[in-house]
Design a protein around this ligand. Structure first.
Ligand SMILES: NC(=O)c1ccc[n+]([C@@H]2O[C@H](COP(=O)([O-])OP(=O)(O)OC[C@H]3O[C@@H](n4cnc5c(N)ncnc54)[C@H](O)[C@@H]3O)[C@@H](O)[C@H]2O)c1
Length: 362
């Protein structure tokens, strides 16, 4: 193993590939950290002036402490005197608790610098933009995705005018290759992700089943379901590096009432999102990644432009189907999403929240 200088290379030691650190608590004299290691992850050799006690909770590690090498597992405890050179290799995916005396100030500084980051697909307009504003105001740095570059220019300016840090990435979420390429670029620029908001979606038109064009079917599924699956898969490595990672997906009233005329495929895709939310919540729970879903009713956004233009009276009449006799506003969805990704919702996962003004009660 290579020896690292403590001050210069501390990142390689504490936040290396496959290692996640959480500060569980600290005072000036004491700090308790939980570290999770993937199999093969290396805590490079280093030394520091703190005394360190390491308790192995899960897995198997080979530790080097001074001239000694020791393989340890659950229940073992290692005491490292101040300034002794030490490091570890994880032999079997595991977890350990480090207790430092006194507290590691560098860890605290790093923690303070770690701004929360949210990625919002289709965030240049409609509900997605309201989410960008809401999370931006809550202190998140925003990664904004979209395909409409002129809308993006306006959206980015509006966010920056409010002091929100934002970067725009053009990619089409219906295209798996573009997702992979863009997410790789995002991974090279950002070291973690706290919230993935799988917002992009849409009706894509209407078609009766008898005459359903195959291309149309694939397009609607790709936009509303495939995109959620591929974005989730590609975001996992960055989410795993967050202290409190979560994902929010979007269903729709259509998922429950099977959609309006010709919207059956959209409804089917959104019903798939509900089950995928629950399935991914189960799959990702071991990494502490919470996955939830919002299910909006009729929210007044460009989503409804075609109907509004073609038949404004019909659109207005939809209010009669809503208990509160009005359409929802994008910010009324955004505020629920802000709650879901926050620590206030830390015990909520695999849940679907209806935001529909009582639309399903009439
Ligand atoms: N507005 C509603 O009444 C309503 C109801 C239920 C569910 N939803 C869901 O809420 C989410 C947001 O809808 P909205 O009302 O803001 O719609 P919208 O049409 O106003 O916004 C959708 C956004 O997604 C972007 N987008 C479209 N295709 C994309 C692609 N291939 N790649 C990347 N971005 C793409 C658009 O440019 C736009 O910014 C969608 O998933 C939608 O299905 C909306």
């Amino acid at each position: 193993m290579q020896r690292f200088n403590f001050n210069k290379d501390i990142k390689a030691v504490v936040a290396g590939e496959g290692i996640t650190r959480k500060i569980l608590g600290y005072s000036e004299n004491l700090m308790v950290c939980e570290l999770t290691f993937e199999k093969g992850a290396i805590g490079a050799l280093h030394s520091h002036f703190h005394e360190q006690q390491t308790y192995i909770i899960e897995g198997k590690f080979k530790f080097t402490i001074g001239d000694e090498e020791r393989v340890v597992g659950p229940g073992d405890c290692l005491v490292k005197e101040p300034n002794i050179v030490h490091g570890a290799v994880c032999l079997e995916k595991g977890k350990l608790i480090d207790i430092f005396t006194p507290a590691r100030k560098d860890f605290l500084e790093e923690e303070c610098k770690m701004k929360k980051i949210a990625l919002i697909t289709g965030g240049t307009g409609g509900i997605g933009f309201a989410v960008a504003e809401e999370l931006g105001k809550a202190g998140y740095q925003i990664i904004l995705n979209g395909i409409d570059d002129s809308a993006a220019e306006v959206a980015v300016k509006k966010l920056q005018d409010q002091g929100i840090e934002v970067e725009y990435f053009h990619f089409d979420v219906t295209n798996e290759e573009e997702i992979v390429k863009s997410m790789n670029l995002i991974k090279s620029k950002y070291d973690h992700l706290d919230a993935l908001i799988n917002n992009a979606g849409g009706l894509g038109g209407r078609s009766r089943l008898e005459v359903l064009p195959t291309d149309f079917f694939r397009k609607v599924m790709a936009l509303n379901l495939d995109s959620v699956v591929f974005m989730t898969r590609e975001a996992i490595p960055l989410l795993k590096k967050s202290k409190d990672p979560s994902i929010v997906n979007y269903a729709s009233n259509a998922a429950w009432n099977a959609g309006g005329p010709g919207a059956g495929i959209y409804a089917t895709a959104k019903a798939g999102v509900v089950t995928f939310t629950r399935a991914s919540a189960k799959d990702l729970a071991e990494y502490g990644i919470r996955v939830n879903c919002v299910s909006p009713g009729t929210i007044d956004t460009p989503f409804h432009d075609a109907t509004k233009k073609k038949n404004p009276d019909l659109f207005e009449s939809w209010k009669n189907n809503i208990l509160l006799k009005r359409f929802g506003r994008p910010e009324e969805v955004a505020s629920v999403i802000e709650f879901l990704v926050s620590e206030k919702a830390s015990f909520i996962t695999g849940e679907v929240i209806q935001i529909n003004g009582g639309q399903d009660l009439l």
